[in-house]
Write a protein that binds this ligand. Structure first.
Ligand code: SF4
Length: 251
């Protein structure tokens, strides 16, 4: 059962180590990925006893707080989001991500959106008005069964790829974050993404210790080894170079 709370946040535009800022309109994430690094600290940090994926706090004053913060902040790229999916199912009701985007658009802050939900297509009208915007999907494998097992609340991979195609066709810069690398067919994954993304970022599973038990249950221990990640990476790079696609490897 999902526990939903409406809360009031003190700050929405926060410093990020990856981009200049991050915006998280929600605490908690319905997508509930097994490997989520936020699950390691966010429940404790937010005072929740429920497991990751079982609670979401909607920061109902997020757009108003953000408006005040962006009016005073030095311009920088904003990552939406770092510790929640900005288009998790509750966003269809609360529209906090959309209203935060409207505030960032008013000041033309550059934005990078990252999600696993095709609800992002709802906001194409806003993305088209930004001077600088990039919208990406996390796609960890092309194998639907594996993706569903590790990312139970995410959109099917086919929907994510289709959404990338539609965003790209709408003239919006797109990326795929291929990480953490999950078992699958790297050549097919690249074939599926060709022509739909401007760039691809690749990363391995970085929190092996916290997910090793889950991999063991699934009979996938071999897929946590350095050899697996190295081999998978080489196959991805080969397929990407063959097609002249832009990419960056993060490990
Ligand atoms: S979508 Fe992102 S924030 Fe949400 S559970 Fe998965 S990895 Fe964590």
């Amino acid at each position: 059962m999902l526990i939903i709370q409406e809360i009031r946040a003190k700050s929405i535009l926060n410093k990020s180590q990856v981009f200049d800022y991050c915006v998280n309109p929600y605490t908690g994430c319905q997508i509930g990925c097994v490997y989520c690094y936020a699950r390691l600290f966010m429940s404790r940090y937010s005072g929740h006893r429920e497991g990751w994926g079982e609670f979401v706090d909607a920061k109902i004053n997020a757009p108003e707080v953000l408006k005040k913060q962006v009016s005073k902040a030095k311009e920088g790229t904003v990552w939406i989001s770092s510790v929640c999916d900005p288009y998790q199912p509750l966003e269809a009701t609360y529209q906090l991500t959309r209203r935060c985007l409207e505030e960032l658009l008013a000041m033309q802050f550059p934005v990078t959106v990252q999600t696993k939900s095709d609800l992002v297509l709802r906001d194409v009208d806003l993305f088209r008005k930004f001077d600088e915007v990039e919208v990406g999907f996390t796609i960890t494998t092309e194998d639907e069964k594996t993706a569903h097992c590790f990312e139970p609340g995410a959109a099917p991979i086919a929907k994510r790829v289709e959404a990338l195609d539609r965003l790209h066709a709408a003239g919006i810069r797109t990326f795929a974050f291929v990480g953490p690398l999950l078992p699958g067919n790297p050549e097919k994954l690249i074939r599926d993404l060709e022509g739909k993304v401007d760039r691809i970022l690749i990363d391995r599973m970085n929190y092996i210790r916290s997910v090793k038990g889950f991999y063991r249950q699934q009979g996938l221990l071999q897929e946590t080894s350095d050899e697996f990640f190295e081999d998978y990476k080489c196959r991805l790079i080969f397929a990407l170079r063959k097609r002249g696609m832009l990419f960056e490897v993060l490990f």
